[in-house]
Design a protein around this ligand. Sequence first.
Ligand code: ZN
Length: 220
Amino acid sequence: MSTHSLNDRETKQAASCASAGHDHSRYRRQDIYDEAATETIAGHVAGILPLLDEDPAREGLFKTPARVARSLQFLTQGYGMDPEAILKSALFEEDYSEMILVKEIEIFSLCEHHLLPFHGRAHVAYIPDGKIVGLSKIPRVVEVFARRLQVQERLTLQIRDVLSDVLKPLGVAVVIEAIHLCMMMRGAEKQNAVTTTSAMSGEFMKTPTRAEFMRLINKD
Ligand code: ZN
C-alpha cells in the first residue's frame, strides 16, 4: 500500500504552505482568561497554601494563586472548543483512498485523578472514503481533547471517534504513548514507564492495514 505519511512538523509546514489557499488556522495559542474564574480559582489556591505549611504572603508565592488560576484555565481550554467544528471547517472531497498518517504529535494533558501532567506523542491515521480533512486539523483536534482533564484511554478513543463521525472514513487508527507524572513522582515512582494506548476502527481492524500502520510508526 502506498502511504501518505507526515510527521507533525511537516504537517505544520504543509499547513503553512497551504495558507495562501484555504487553511489559515494552524496552532492558535489562546491566552484568554475569564477574570471571574481567575479570581475564584486563585482564592481556592490561596486557601490551599497554608494547609501545605506555606506562607501565601511571602514574596515568591504572592502571585502564585493567580498564576495557577490562569495556568489551569490554559491547560483546560479544550472544554471551550468544538473538535467537530474544527474538522468540518476544512473538509474536502477527494478520491485519495490510501492511508494518511500524522505521527509524532506532541501531547500535553492533565490526568483527571491527580491533576498532574501526562505527556507524550500521538500517531493518528485514517483512510478516507471521499472526504479528506486539512492536515493541520488533526493535531488541533488532538490538542482540543488533550487540553481537558483526561485519562489516556479516553483521550485515545475520543480522537478516533470524532474522526470517524465527521470524516466517515474507511478506518481510523490512533496510538498514544505517554509518561504520567503521577506515576513518576508519586505512587509507583516508575521513572521510565511509557503507557501505550490504541484505538482502531474499520480497515485498521484488518491485520495487514494495522501492521502497515504499526510499521510506519515504528511499533512493529
Ligand atoms: Zn494520575
